[in-house]
Design a protein around this ligand. Structure first.
Ligand SMILES: Cc1cc2nc3c(=O)[nH]c(=O)nc-3n(C[C@H](O)[C@H](O)[C@H](O)COP(=O)(O)O)c2cc1C
Length: 184
């Protein structure tokens, strides 16, 4: 796929079904993720790939975390959290573990993981798959880090729901570049 078209026509997927990328395709996706810009090569980004029956494990972790964060969950919330990992055939969990460094603050390292997330979205698109980045209750909190067994100081910065796009795509907004760019 043309590189610029891949970027400008990427469209987050509302509905995702099987198939998800193969093992070989995911090697390409993670290779792309690990080419994100990374000040001082501190390698803050790590990923968890979840698919098939393992989504049940993630569902249990979501529910456990939700219960720990809120002891008054409604039936609706329980159902929503339980079902969340089954909204796509594969989920890529983006985690960031900023290291102490005299010149590289934690925010730069988290941004680097954000860039890795975008590289994942774009490489999935180039391979013909759909995806959407989601966060919500189970991102940026210590409880989910603990329940996922992440190393100390590591946090979840997002979930990339992955699979094959189905249904109708939303229209890509045609933004007026002049409203966003000052040329000096
Ligand atoms: C850090 C981050 C977190 C996001 N969290 C959510 C989310 O929890 N739920 C959601 O529906 N969209 C979320 N989005 C937005 C979607 O991923 C997507 O960008 C949005 O639907 C617009 O579609 P587009 O990417 O095709 O423009 C998030 C995006 C980013 C960058």
């Amino acid at each position: 796929m043309d590189a610029i078209k891949n970027i400008t026509e990427r469209n987050s997927a509302r509905e995702l079904i099987e198939p998800h990328p193969s093992k070989d395709e995911m090697q390409i996706v993670f290779k792309a993720a690990l080419r994100a810009p990374d000040h001082a090569w501190l390698r803050p980004s790590k990923f968890i790939q979840v698919s098939g029956d393992k989504r049940k494990k993630l569902s249990d972790i979501f529910l456990k975390t939700a219960r720990e964060l809120n002891d008054e969950l409604t039936e609706l919330q329980i159902e929503k959290y339980h079902n969340a990992p089954f909204r796509a055939p594969m989920i890529i969990i983006l985690t960031s573990s900023p290291k102490e460094h005299p010149k590289v603050p934690a925010i730069e390292q988290i941004i680097s993981t954000g860039c890795a997330g975008q590289n994942i979205l774009l490489s999935l698109n180039a391979l013909g798959y759909g995806a959407i980045w989601r966060t919500g209750t189970f991102a940026f909190n210590k409880q989910i880090s603990k329940n996922l067994g992440l190393e100390d100081g590591s946090e979840v910065i997002g979930y990339i729901y992955t699979g094959t796009m189905t249904g109708s795509n939303k229209k890509i907004p045609n933004l007026n570049i002049d409203e966003y760019v000052n040329v000096w």
